[in-house]
Design a protein around this ligand. Sequence first.
Ligand code: AMP
Ligand code: MG
Length: 410
Amino acid sequence: MTLLSVSEARERILSHFQSVTTESLPLAECMNRVLAQDITAETDLPLFDNSSMDGFAIRATDVADANPASPRSLRVVADIPAGASPTISLAPGEAARIMTGAQMPNGADAVVPVEDTDFENRDAGSTPPDYVKIFKPVKSGDSTRPRGMDVHAGDVVLKKGRALKPQDLGLLAMLGFARVEVHRKPRVGLFSSGDELLEVGALLESGKIRDSNSYMLASLIESANVEVVRLGVAKDNFDSVKSLLERAVNENVDLILSSAGVSVGAYDFVKSVIESNGSMDFWRVDMRPGKPLAFGKYKKIPFIGLPGNPVSAFVGFEVFVRGTLGRLSGSLDGSRQTVRVRSEEEINSDGRESYLRAQIREENGILLARLTGHQGSGNLLSLVQADALLIIPAGVKCVPAGQEVDAWLL
Ligand code: AMP
Ligand code: MG
């Protein structure tokens, strides 16, 4: 059996994946989808010069000497609500009442907010005055938003490979993209295996445990914005495993993910089924928890077999599967961000790359870490209590108290 470093195993797996096909979707369905194209603005933003205040559009030179004791009186020649297309052109000594977001008239170069005039009525329906007194000077451009101040036509505003966020959808709408070319959502077929596993609602029987991995792994997959096809629990026999794998094939999944049954044990049938119609390798990865890992293909569909112990399955997902799902999704950065945390205690490790559960607290801007509970790979409570996985590099046997290490925040 091959012994691989974490990065070797990760690279080997990744090399079998490329992004799924793309589709054109209505903008409203694009949240979290990964862009398959660069987005180039076809218009400026704002689209036109407009007012950022309710007030009066004026020529700044007209009010250069205005002050409360001797205000400057301007003739109001127009009323411009939001959505109107002004046709006038302001001459010297003239003003136009204008609302926030309304298009600036020709000739005007600034807006005086209503509170700096003698006409404080902000009601959109009210009749504008014939004359308005201006109490303060303004500079050219004040309280206006010039066309193109945010975006210029031709700018690339969003890059291919970006998972779309709510604010991105807002910008796409501003720019008139009613449909967007995005990657389709990948599909992952998920199953658990083992004769000991019961459905969570079933009556307990002696010697049996509840299948917890499928709930945890399904939500991890969904947290990566990937669709889960729950295939259920495979019994430890050839036919049961085979029928679940066949369902995965029929469901057209992009990846089959399983937990348990991948250590070389007498009751591990996953290997023989996969090899009846594909290939599978067992790897020992120089990591803890989660040393055994299987990778193969069943009828050309990639298969990743995670260990059965719940914490190992979780860590295995984060280390090997999350990035793979990112690659499938077309995402340029599907991996977790690492932060630096300071260990509050001495941590002993066995030289394998270790992913340890820790609680994090902040003190004076520094993240301090303490390991939680029992670090054994079956102890899920310590993972529940953890805020982070500390990453102790391969080869390190002791991290002294006070030393910083990389961590993934959970
Ligand atoms: P295995 O890889 O089949 O040797 O399983 C390793 C350990 O993980 C055993 O203690 C199993 O009972 C446990 N295990 C396997 N699958 C699950 C599961 N779906 N949920 C919870 N524990 C599991
Ligand atoms: Mg088993």
